[in-house]
Design a protein. Sequence first.
Length: 267
Amino acid sequence: MIVTDAAVDLPPSLEDVPSVRVVPGQVWLGEEPFAGRTEQFWGMVRAGAFPSTTPPTVAALAQAYRSAPEVLAVHVSAELSATVRRAEEAAATTAYPVPVVDSRSLSVGAGLVVAAVHRVVQEGASPGQAADYARALSDRLHTFVVVQDVEWLRRSNRSGLLPPGHLARRRPVVVAVRGRVVPLEEVRHRTAALHSVIEHVRRSTGGLLGAWALGHGDAADRDALLGHLTKELGMSPAFHAPLDPMVGAHLGPESLVVAAVTGAVAL
């Protein structure tokens, strides 16, 4: 079994697969926990709600790790969330080894890792072998994020991810996620942000793009984005998905996550 967390956006084909388990954290709207669907979350956000999040508990992770005789844990970047630290605490309580892999990414970036690892596990890889593959794949993974409005980073207590100058104006910002967040540039409008992401994907993969995926914060232009990215990158996405509230709470509406893997990868 592969265990992950809700800050990892999976392809729709894995959402109800028994061999993949997602341990949710908690999304808060004020003092109330949110327990609705993703569509409801985005509706409330667009109506003016500003959510916050807490990562999965050690107890919840430990329970998931004990649910199968062989488990591999793949989680959101340890530099963005406390989930990996809690996962390591949980893994220490099991009667058998549970490899914990830091994807060094989030959203569909980590989702690409889970999807690829699920394939090798289905083909017979042991948890240890799958963990080695996951770590190697994370080294070939490039994740780029467009935050349409940096006010979301400020309100969700993530303003420390960007230098103060990037927060002075409410313009889109483009960042890379390679474990930590690396600010790339502030742009004037969405078209410029998308062009920037495409160029960064091309440069980072060096013409050896193996697969890519798109996550979006309830983006109104998602169909147009998919078409444009498919044309510019020369291949269709492995999958696309709306951002889970655990990610959307920090990136906000209209945000984008584009993840790309260098070299061959079976999905």
